[in-house]
Design a protein around this ligand. Sequence first.
Ligand SMILES: *[C@@H]1O[C@H](CO)[C@@H](O)[C@H](O)[C@H]1NC(C)=O
Ligand SMILES: *[C@@H]1O[C@H](CO)[C@@H](O)[C@H](O)[C@H]1NC(C)=O
Length: 243
Amino acid sequence: MRRSGKHEGVGEEKLIDNKIDKFLKRLSCAAITIASLTLLFLFLRTPDTCVPRRAPAKPHLRFPKSTCDFTTRLHVPAEKRNLRIRSTRLWKVKVHSFSILFRDLPLLHNHSHVLCISAGAGHEVDALHRLGVDEVTGVEILESPPLVGRADPHNLPFFDGSFDLAFTARFDEALFPVRFAAEMERVVKSGGACFVLVAECGDQEVREVVGLFRNSKLVRSSNVSLTGTRMTGILMRTSDNSS
Ligand SMILES: *[C@@H]1O[C@H](CO)[C@@H](O)[C@H](O)[C@H]1NC(C)=O
Ligand SMILES: *[C@@H]1O[C@H](CO)[C@@H](O)[C@H](O)[C@H]1NC(C)=O
């Protein structure tokens, strides 16, 4: 009796185990089904907020109603946008202004490798290209492809003596002029040139600027007009022995 009772008990336990197993399996099946249906529902359901219902008739007169409204902010790649900017009259005027500045610059030749630092959108790079200078590199804190790459003027990513001439039209906006000048001199070959534009100034200020370039001597300075802004161009030659 005891034995059979025991057996009965074991049998009952197994039966209960089986039932629990079945229940759990059903439960997980149900859970999977519900999850799948929910996903399917979310997938098929188009959100009303983020989809433009139809193309607006006059896109230029329509302003975004929310951050989700992207119909008026069609993405234009930077290069394409810059190409558009480069076909404007303002761009051409400024490039022409730079062309005059570079046209008869001593120490600049067609075969020169030129670096334009803090080149903004790249007017000077475009001007040098048009003048027939072979290799022109433009850098700025914020890149502006394809003319201008990204680089910090205080920490230029170029080897020593990589260029024949380094130019900047924004020397007087430098945060650390001594560091800026040292970097310009470093990336220029010995016997190369540093050419900077500053707000129009007299001889005393020119001497002060040249003094920041520890390894260079003044070649010439001249007052120029850059699209109407009076500026002084200071051309320096770096010493032949880079010591
Ligand atoms: C430099 O290149 C320009 C344009 O290609 C050309 O007109 C000019 O004669 C060249 N100058 C020299 C010195 O080779
Ligand atoms: C440039 O302009 C400044 C101030 O306007 C003047 O003092 C200086 O003599 C001029 N320099 C040259 C080389 O003409």
